[in-house]
Design a protein around this ligand. Structure first.
Ligand SMILES: Nc1ncnc2c1ncn2[C@@H]1O[C@H](COP(=O)(O)OP(=O)(O)OP(=O)(O)O)[C@@H](O)[C@H]1O
Ligand SMILES: [Mg+2]
Length: 260
C-alpha cells in the first residue's frame, strides 16, 4: 500500500478538501483507496457522506485494542475512510498519542494481507510543523504541501523549508515534498505574483499546475460528496483529474497497483 500525505504549515488552506478529492479522482486509476484522517477535526469523512457520529464507536473500540478494520467506514464513492475518531474532553489532551497509534495502525494495515485490496492510502493531517507531522512524512511515499496564493502562505515558505531540512537544529534525512497552490484565481494579479515568487524560492518543487478557486468545491462538501460526483465538468474536477494524471506520469499509480 502506497501512502500519499497532505499537509501544510497553514490552517484552512484546503488540505482536507484536497485529500478527499484527490482520493476520489484516483479511485478510477487505482481501485479502492483508503483515506486516513489523522486530524481530530474528523472532517475528511464529511466529503464522502459519512455522518460525524459514525466515527465514534468503531474508532473508540480500535483505540481499545480491537481491529483497525472495524473502524473503517465504507461509502458509495469507492473511498474507504479511517476516521480519527471522536474524543471526550479528557481524551482530547491525548490526541497526539492517539494519532501516533493511528500511524502504527497504518503500518499494520499495510502489512495485513486482508488489506491487499487497498493500493493507496491518502493521509489528511492537522496544520503545523510538528514532530507528529515529521513522523507522518517518514511513512509517506509522496507528500503534498498545500498553500494558498497569498502573502500569509508566501511568508511561511522559509519556515517550512527550514523545518524540512532541520529538526531541533540537526539536519534530517532529505525530504522532497511537492508544493501545490489551492484556490488559485489566475485572473488576480496577486495570485499570479505570489505563484511566480514561490516558484523562485521553491523551484520545481512547486507544481506548475494548481487547484482553481471553484464554488463547486464547497457546494460539493455541502452535498457531502466529492466534487467529481457533484460537478463532473467543473474546473476543480478537471484540476484533480490532472493531478491524478500527473501522479500517473510520476509512476505513482503504477507502483500502487504493483504493490497492492
Ligand atoms: N479549490 C477550492 N475552491 C473553493 N473553496 C475551497 C477550495 N479548497 C478548499 N475550499 C474551501 O476552503 C475551506 C477550507 O478547506 P479545508 O477544510 O479543506 O481546509 P484545511 O486546510 O483542511 O483546514 P484545517 O487546517 O482546519 O484542517 C472549506 O470551506 C472548503 O470548502
Ligand atoms: Mg483539514
Amino acid at each position: 500500500m502506497l501512502r500519499i500525505s497532505v499537509m501544510s504549515p497553514k490552517g484552512g488552506v484546503g488540505k482536507t478538501t484536497f485529500a478527499a478529492n484527490l482520493a476520489a479522482s484516483l479511485t478510477e486509476r487505482t481501485g479502492r483507496i483508503l483515506a486516513v484522517d489523522l486530524d481530530p477535526q474528523n472532517a475528511l469523512q464529511l466529503h464522502f457522506g459519512i455522518d460525524p457520529g459514525d466515527a465514534t464507536e468503531p474508532s473508540r473500540k480500535a483505540r481499545q485494542g480491537a481491529s483497525w478494520q472495524e473502524a473503517i467506514l465504507r461509502n458509495k464513492h469507492g473511498v474507504d475512510v479511517l476516521p480519527f475518531g471522536a474524543f471526550g474532553m479528557a481524551e482530547q489532551t491525548d490526541a497526539g498519542h492517539a494519532a501516533s497509534g493511528r500511524l502504527e495502525g497504518i503500518e499494520t494495515l499495510a502489512a495485513d494481507p486482508l488489506f491487499k485490496a487497498y493500493s493507496l492510502a491518502i493521509l489528511d493531517t492537522p496544520a503545523g510543523t510538528t514532530p507528529m507531522l515529521r513522523k507522518i512524512m517518514t511513512v509517506s511515499d509522496v507528500v503534498f504541501i498545500v498553500l494558498l496564493p497569498d502573502a500569509a502562505s508566501f511568508a511561511c515558505v522559509p519556515q517550512i523549508t527550514r523545518w524540512l531540512q532541520h529538526d531541533h537544529g540537526q539536519p534530517t534525512e532529505s525530504c522532497h515534498p511537492y508544493y501545490i497552490l489551492n484556490q488559485m484565481d489566475a485572473r488576480r494579479r496577486l495570485h499570479r505574483d505570489v505563484k511566480t515568487l514561490m516558484g523562485h524560492v521553491l523551484g520545481e518543487s512547486l507544481l506548475e499546475f494548481h487547484i482553481h478557486s471553484d464554488a463547486s468545491v464547497s457546494e460539493a462538501l455541502a452535498q457531502q460528496q466529492p466534487v467529481l460526483r457533484y460537478a463532473p465538468h467543473a474546473q476543480s474536477t478537471r484540476d484533480f483529474g490532472r493531478l491524478a494524471h500527473w501522479l500517473g506520469e510520476q509512476g505513482v499509480t503504477e507502483r500502487a497497483m504493483s504493490v497492492s
